[in-house]
Write a protein that binds this ligand. Structure first.
Ligand code: AMP
Length: 108
């Protein structure tokens, strides 16, 4: 049994979140404590706890999240942004469900 995190519950619509994009592979929602004008989190629907837990079988997931963020930015006309993965407690990771931070000074 996997340990269900808050992001499992957002993915499964058990708790509310401000979802800005969703498809078969990802959910993207606004960070509850934004550190930029736009601060989103992109999570894969397939659970992986951390970059630290990625295996050859799941190595496509971080790239897929980056691609979804790129497409989202293009669609919204965001021309500059930062993408970050926090890895492990020492890397500032608090929620152990793989997520890509998307930060921009431009608002959507
Ligand atoms: P990290 O430090 O990379 O694990 O980032 C976890 C992020 O999740 C933090 O920036 C939190 O503000 C954010 N967060 C925690 N709970 C929620 C929530 N319920 N909805 C949206 N964002 C959240």
């Amino acid at each position: 049994m996997e340990d269900r995190t808050i992001f499992h519950k957002i993915r499964d619509k058990e708790i509310p979140a401000d979802i800005v994009y969703e498809d078969d592979e990802v959910v993207a929602f606004r960070d509850i404590h934004p550190k930029a004008a736009t601060h989103l989190l992109f999570i894969p629907k397939h659970f992986v706890a951390s970059i630290d837990d990625v295996t050859p079988e799941t190595a496509h997931l971080p790239g897929m999240l980056i691609l979804k963020a790129q497409l989202f930015a293009k669609e919204k006309g965001i021309t500059g942004y930062k993408l970050t993965f926090h890895v492990g407690k020492g890397g500032g990771q608090e929620v152990f469900y793989l997520h890509l931070h998307f930060l921009s000074d431009q608002t959507v």
